[in-house]
Design a protein around this ligand. Sequence first.
Ligand SMILES: Cc1cc2nc3c(=O)[nH]c(=O)nc-3n(C[C@H](O)[C@H](O)[C@H](O)COP(=O)(O)OP(=O)(O)OC[C@H]3O[C@@H](n4cnc5c(N)ncnc54)[C@H](O)[C@@H]3O)c2cc1C
Length: 445
Amino acid sequence: MNPTIREPARNVPVIADADICVLGGSCTGVFAALRAARRGARVVLVERQNGFGGMATAGFVNCWHSLHDTLHREQIIVGLTEELLARLRRRKALIEQPEKYASYVFNSEELKIDLDELVLKHGVRALLHTTYCAPHVENGELTAVFVENKNGRGAVRATVFIDATGDGDLAAHLGVPFAVGDNLQPPTTCAKILHFAQPSTAFRELYNTHREEFGLEQDYGWQGRLPGLPEVTMVAQSHVFNANCADNDQLSAAEFEGRRQIRAMMDLTRKYGDRLPVLVGLPSTIGIRETRRFMTDIILTEADVLQGRRFPDAIANGTYRVDVHHSSGGGFTFKYLDGTQRVVRDGGQCEMSRWRDETPENPLFYQIPYRTMTSDRCPNLLLAGRMIGADRGAFGAIRVMVNLNQIGEAAGEAAFLALHDGGRVRDVSTQKLRHALTEGGSRML
Ligand SMILES: Cc1cc2nc3c(=O)[nH]c(=O)nc-3n(C[C@H](O)[C@H](O)[C@H](O)COP(=O)(O)OP(=O)(O)OC[C@H]3O[C@@H](n4cnc5c(N)ncnc54)[C@H](O)[C@@H]3O)c2cc1C
């Protein structure tokens, strides 16, 4: 237990007054802010980085998955995801291969500027380089949040709050129960590297043969492309095991270890590969897959996902497989809606099997219900992002951005609807919400 000191009480300036306050500006948070602003709400968006996009920009994760059902017959995801893709397409900042898992590979830097433009155009009050610190609860009601930036500490007052911090920092401080599994999906430091070993299988062979010489653990990852830069690779080939990135000491250690791994992999390819790699860029955050998962009004289960369960309050549709990176040993388990399963272990040994028997028909998509975003602990709080209520398997599926983008849009629309009822997000009519989402460009099925 650390010793404590008492911080003197002080008056804190109210630096913004809004209808809706969104914490965290990945696409999830930005999409929430935009949908609410399009309805006319006064929105404040708080982001600790210098720009928006979260993992997609600060973490270099530059891939969005399919917008279609599993048979590629019907488009099930539209909305702001499509609007952003159209912007990226105009700038030739996109590789499109809709039939593949990596359906849309984009230039993260262009995405960042697109998000700037949209936030500014919609009149969202954006506080960059600003970190959410603590809630302000008066008479049991969340009325403001404290934030800190170069100007010091300030309060943002609002009627509804959307926690889109990835880790669910606000929800945790408010006492919404959560789980941090002891088998968390491990984080990865990504990097942009010129002349890295190609293809991924060739790198993996080098890695498996020489890794011990460079202090690298048995592992398995992937590498991807960057639009217009065929010689540069987006490398996500390793993991930092046993790190809970919601804890700052572990997060700091993980950042150091992730960057050490990048250097070790480069040294390995310099020595044994046939090209000389050049480090082009390191992300401003390690890529965090999983931290807290909250106990919201409903917990989506792996069975709900894999059986394509429909929900009357569905606000998002998805097809991305259950994708669980093993917490040690460098492997992963994929489970698909057609009943097949792929497990990779021991640095690359791949087994194909079935997690269930064959059936004449398979589900074409799954749904995410609104109640995964609400909690009885706080009537004017919405959770939006990877922290929503999901078990370990369902989390493996819903955690990708084409799903979370829709969660963000739903949060923005729901927050706006709740304004008419004192911000009580659990009382929002889900029929009205689904209608508003459709009206605003989303596809409700
Ligand atoms: C290596 C890796 C590869 C992946 N590959 C893919 C992929 O190919 N495709 C895919 O779709 N998904 C992929 N994912 C998953 C996906 O990137 C994440 O699950 C998703 O981006 C999480 O979105 P989020 O909005 O919940 O959180 P984040 O994207 O983490 O956004 C949270 C935002 O909140 C801000 N924030 C956090 N705390 C505070 C605070 N206290 N105050 C102010 N701001 C704060 C952060 O700076 C950030 O901008 C991958 C993840 C990793 C790590």
